[in-house]
Design a protein around this ligand. Structure first.
Ligand code: SAM
Length: 256
């Protein structure tokens, strides 16, 4: 991953299952500071936009030097300020390169199927933009994929990269303890997940559906399947394109 705020990831990458998977070697997540590929006193990664306008744009030359170094496992000391690809480099901007995801609001929306696709890759490089965004030549020459976390704009790509990392890595075998849980979740089956309950049996006068304490596993499975379908029909009818919209539903219609 490349970012100008490597410290942003200190918490997320070392917490809970991600932290454990990194510690035991199941995952190898490396955070690189994009500024290591700058050569000026101010370690500048941005400049004013051609054609004028507000804000600053991230420079393509810095991104390209950084990505070619990371793709080819070369240190920044050898590659900072490079105007040409490193000698003998296997991966080069505009040519053959490993799967490289630029986080951007214009990208393909992050979904469970996209996460499943990315989880097949042996290696991913994630690029976190800041400011007004990234010079178009990074989109063209460096990124193999552009991914958005939704139709809204956040300050920077770090929070989007964290969403990609969590979604993708929990599909990597060995990261989630109970192997069944990632396959039994919202979106994986095409439906939202059924409601969940745990002890105590009564909370502020609200109990637990009787079927869940009946010990009848078949009835529990049927109840869960019905609940998942009903919840999806009410909340996310767009996930069930063959079903008619319910005009009596209390939930806001969400089909585009
Ligand atoms: N000017 C850009 C635009 O209108 O599309 C927004 C730039 S945003 C302030 C800075 C960076 O945050 C982007 O380069 C991108 O890396 C990241 N970012 C913001 N919103 C995002 C989203 N919905 N999905 C993925 N990345 C996002």
């Amino acid at each position: 991953m490349l970012t100008i705020f490597p410290g942003w990831f200190d918490g997320p990458l070392h917490t809970s299952l991600l932290g454990k998977a990194s510690a035991d070697g199941t995952l190898d997540i490396r955070v690189h500071d994009l500024r290591d590929w700058t050569t000026d006193r101010h370690r500048s990664v941005d400049d004013t936009p051609y054609g004028g306008g507000a804000g600053m744009v991230m420079r393509a030359d810095v991104w390209i030097a950084a990505c070619e170094a990371v793709w080819n496992d070369l240190p920044s000391e050898r590659t900072a300020g490079a105007l040409e690809p490193p000698d003998g480099a296997r991966y080069v901007a505009g040519g053959d390169r490993p799967r490289t995801v630029l986080l951007t609001p214009r990208g393909r929306t992050l979904t469970q199927p996209l996460a499943a696709e990315l989880a097949q890759e042996p290696r991913l490089t994630l690029l976190c933009g800041r400011y007004e965004g990234v010079d178009e030549r990074v989109h063209d020459l460096v990124a193999t994929d552009e991914v958005s976390i939704g139709d809204y704009v956040v300050f920077g790509g770090e929070v989007a990269a964290a969403a990609v990392i969590e979604t993708v890595t929990r599909l990597v075998p060995g990261v989630v303890g109970n192997a069944a849980s990632p396959t039994d979740e919202s979106f994986t089956s095409g439906l939202l997940e059924y409601p969940q309950y745990t002890r105590p049996p009564q909370v502020r006068g609200v109990g637990v559906p009787e079927v869940l304490t009946s010990g009848d596993h078949g009835a529990v499975a049927r109840w869960r399947a019905e609940q998942a379908r009903e919840l999806t029909r009410r909340r996310r009818p767009d996930l069930l394109p063959d079903e008619p919209l319910d005009p009596t539903s209390d939930d806001p219609p969400q089909r585009p």
